[in-house]
Ligand binder design. Structure first.
Ligand SMILES: [Zn+2]
Ligand SMILES: [Zn+2]
Length: 334
């Protein structure tokens, strides 16, 4: 795998794989599978196709000529699947976020990477692009016409819980009322976590440190720090880092990350609720991880063109950074 900086993003075919500086892969390895690397409206942006600009948006137009699995500019809502290989060799699957495009992500990437189920779910926050696929979780659970299965744990803040109780009341209900028909729905076991790095939680043997970040000045979203052997931070929705959070993931603070996965929305300027490219690259420089992959991109980003720019930037700054793409699997020792 000889791409610059150790990333295998150059030729996308059936997802692409990357072992980079981590492990060699194979059945005994943990891996990170990027189920989605796009913004809330996803890419292509539907408006670009039904009301094309003049000249047309080349990134969105690609979706009409290239199948999604060979189009790194086809981006679903941000979501990461952690395939965790435990010490006994058992593989379990931890899903971060279940957005509007979850079903499409299952159809495309669970089949390609042979993922049979989801064992645990973690939510960063309760926005539509992080939770509106929760209804479809039933397709990644065992089948039972009587809902008689072990519920899948979902880790989320109380704030997110209150919002989901309004969006999906039927996913919280326990007992049927008198005369009410049984209907098959996802079986979920809600587990409240705190927006506090001191309050870590463990699911399926993997410990997670919540990383509170500002996502618009009136809102806290969570990133997560995980991995005992390789330290990985996943931060999908951020407009500003509180100093205490940044310290936990910085080389100059709690120690250098092996991998930083970080939000970037637009190419230029700034945005009130997300990092854009300039703020993302500034943050990468300050945090100084061994490697970084960017997610959450709009149609302003062209995968190949902007990764060429990033290859130059990486050489100059000494930190390998690339745009991730949907389907990318990175083998990593967790
Ligand atoms: Zn477009
Ligand atoms: Zn959000």
């Amino acid at each position: 795998m000889g791409s610059p900086n150790g990333f295998e993003n150059g030729s996308v075919s059936g997802g692409g794989e990357c072992s980079a500086a981590f492990t060699g892969g194979g059945s005994g390895s943990s891996s990170l599978i990027f189920l989605g690397t796009g913004c809330s409206s996803a890419v292509p942006n539907a408006r670009c196709l039904i009301q094309p600009s003049d000249p047309p948006c080349t990134v969105c137009a690609q979706s009409l000529s290239l199948p999604p699995e060979r189009n790194p500019n086809y981006r679903c809502n941000t979501s990461l699947l952690i395939e965790f290989c435990q010490d006994d060799g058992v593989h379990s699957y931890i899903l971060i976020d279940v957005g509007k495009t979850f079903r499409e992500q299952v159809l495309r990437w669970f089949t390609h990477h042979k993922i049979p189920q989801v064992d645990s779910i973690i939510l960063t926050h309760e926005h539509a692009d992080a939770v509106l696929g929760l209804d479809d979780i039933r397709v990644v659970q065992p089948f039972s016409v009587t809902n008689d299965i072990d519920p899948t744990p979902v880790y989320l803040t109380q704030y997110a819980m209150d919002s989901i109780a309004l969006k999906f009341p039927y996913l919280l209900k326990k007992k049927l009322k008198e005369g009410e028909e049984l209907r098959r729905v996802a079986q979920l076991d809600w587990k409240i976590i705190e927006s506090d790095p001191g309050k870590t939680f463990t699911t399926l043997g993997l410990e997670f440190v919540p990383l509170p970040v500002i996502h618009g000045e009136d809102y806290i979203s969570l990133g997560f720090l995980f991995g005992r052997k390789s330290r990985v931070a996943y931060i999908s929705d951020v407009s500003r880092f509180p100093a205490s959070t940044e310290k936990l993931i910085s080389k100059s603070g709690a120690g250098q990350l092996d991998l930083l996965i970080l939000d970037t929305l637009y190419k230029d300027n700034s945005h009130n609720t997300h990092f854009c490219f300039p703020q993302t690259l500034d943050a990468v420089k300050r945090i100084c991880p061994k490697q970084a992959l960017l997610i959450g991109m709009t149609h302003e980003f062209d995968h190949h063109r902007d990764n060429m720019f990033l290859a130059e930037w990486s050489k100059r700054e000494g930190i390998p950074v690339q745009l991730a793409h949907d389907g990318l699997r990175m083998f990593v020792d967790l």
